[in-house]
Design a protein around this ligand. Structure first.
Ligand code: FAD
Length: 440
């Protein structure tokens, strides 16, 4: 991390973990293609590529809320091709940041605090090779990290809901006039050259707490479900952890033929994922809010305190990094560290001898810290952050629940795996009771 020419080196606290646990950085596209190849090589998997138009209901047409569980997707293999239905007992919706399907399965509340403008720097030596670099600039942080042996990805955060225009040259002017002078000297020339080469790509950064509506037969995963500011690179950590957890939860089922039993498992997934997801989301959004520069002495004191707290190393660095990397996801520890940063900042303002100005600024710093963390915790859910296992299960529509039971009878010709036997009446009764408890 860099601030005003000062460097703070922070490492992943990997002691006690296997040698496989390490930070990784790469071309995202190459990584995703390798994941797809690995999935495709799985003998029990059939890979089909198509564009999904809608979720499918029990009749094979577009799914209508409340009428049936989700029973697959309506898709189109190519633009001119007729729509077809792929039936499934469980449909995992993971159509990313711009999801068209999430509105059916959640009540999304999306904030878009900033954009990332991406550049590639070539043949530069980073101040800390093999590390990610966060440079605390004004108005907001800039990241550098290696993605191959000769390339460094630079992500410039630009706050706001609109980006300076590329066509008028306003974006290049911002990068050269505002950002370049704050880039560490050893990277500056190549940064300027990269802007000159053009071809910058930009993405809007979005934040969206997970707020699922529990629909039997389907669940959300990845960015379509939950997003946080990408400053800490938490998106893949949450997505991959969710995928691993979902696998574990679903492996308790003999199959997915009974939508009610599957819905019970997916409800438990939504609750069990909270500790890790809430920790990473809260930390990412809080760090972003703290690291943005503001014309406010209290905010500036909090920003400086945060940098110096991490710079102290030891548990001050290891704790937050263990949280953000998902190594030790404990939301309450996160809140403790956040207020430890605030207390550290207050201590610096009051020691060695408190002055009236120092006391005022210290109180303002505490108010700033609270104003940052409280709305983030509220949006994640207070119970979900502090007592994740007491958090309410996602809303499950009673009518849909009844429809799920109605559809739990054997489904002849229901796509791959169709025609599974329904559970026996007593087992169904027990499931209904447990599921109704989940539904509240
Ligand atoms: C600028 C930026 C930088 C980031 N950097 C990092 C980082 O360093 N580390 C990190 O961990 N995370 C990072 N993230 C977050 C990370 O990229 C996401 O969390 C992750 O890609 C989410 O994966 P996903 O599969 O849910 O969505 P996506 O990766 O968006 O994949 C969704 C897929 O669904 C497909 N799709 C969409 N609609 C349909 C449809 N109707 N039919 C068929 N297919 C469809 C899309 O084509 C796409 O292939 C970053 C995000 C941004 C914006």
């Amino acid at each position: 991390m860099f601030k005003d020419g000062v460097e703070a080196r922070v490492a992943y606290p990997t002691e006690g973990f296997s040698g496989e646990v390490a930070g990784r950085s790469f071309h995202n596209g190459r990584f995703v293609q390798r994941l797809r190849q690995a999935a495709a090589a799985e003998p029990r998997l059939t890979l089909r590529q198509s564009t999904v138009r809608a979720l499918a209901g029990a009749d094979g047409g577009p799914w209508v809320e409340g009428r049936s569980p989700v029973c697959g997707v309506v898709h189109r293999a190519s633009p001119g091709a007729p729509p077809a239905t792929a039936r499934a007992h469980l449909t995992v919706v993971c159509d990313g940041m711009y999801s068209n399907l999430r509105a059916k399965l959640s009540t999304p509340s999306i904030a878009a605090p900033s954009f990332f403008v991406g550049l590639i720097l070539r043949n530069v030596t980073l101040p800390a090779p093999s590390h990610g670099h966060v440079v605390l600039m004004a108005p907001s942080p800039v990241l550098f990290y290696p993605i191959s042996s000769g390339e460094v990805r630079c992500l410039v955060d630009i706050p706001g809901t609109s980006l300076p225009s590329t066509s008028t040259g306003a974006l290049a002017a911002h990068l050269l006039g505002v950002v370049a002078p704050q880039v560490p000297a050893c990277l500056r020339d190549e940064f300027v050259a990269a802007v000159g080469r053009g071809g910058m790509r930009s993405m809007q950064n979005k934040q969206m707490p997970a707020n699922p509506v529990h629909v039997p037969g389907a669940l959300l995963l990845g960015d379509s479900f939950n997003m946080r500011h990408p400053l800490t690179g938490g998106g893949m950590t949450v997505a991959l952890s969710d995928a691993a957890l979902l696998t574990k939860v679903l492996s308790a089922l003999p199959d997915f033929a009974d939508p009610a039993a599957t819905a019970l498992a997916t409800a438990s997934f939504y609750t069990s994922r909270k500790p890790l997801a809430a920790t990473i989301n809260t930390l990412a959004n809080a760090l972003y809010a703290v690291f943005c520069a503001k014309d406010d002495p209290a905010h500036d004191a909090m920003r400086g305190a945060c940098f110096d707290y991490l710079k102290r190393g030891g548990s001050c660095a290891a704790g937050p990094v263990a949280l953000l990397s998902g190594l030790r996801p404990r939301p309450s520890v996160l809140v403790a560290h956040f207020f430890a940063v605030a207390a550290f900042g207050v201590g610096r303002l009051l020691l060695p001898r408190p002055t009236l100005g120092g006391v005022r600024l210290a109180l303002a710093l505490l108010a700033t810290a609270t104003a940052i963390i409280v709305p983030i915790i509220r949006s994640e859910g207070v119970r979900a952050v502090f007592f994740p296992y007491l958090a309410p299960a996602p809303r499950l529509d009673k009518a849909v629940l009844d429809a799920a039971f109605a559809c739990a009878a054997p489904r002849g010709g229901g796509g791959e795996g169709g025609g599974h036997p329904a559970p026996s009446p007593p087992a169904r009764g027990a499931l209904r009771t447990r599921l109704a408890a989940v539904a509240g």
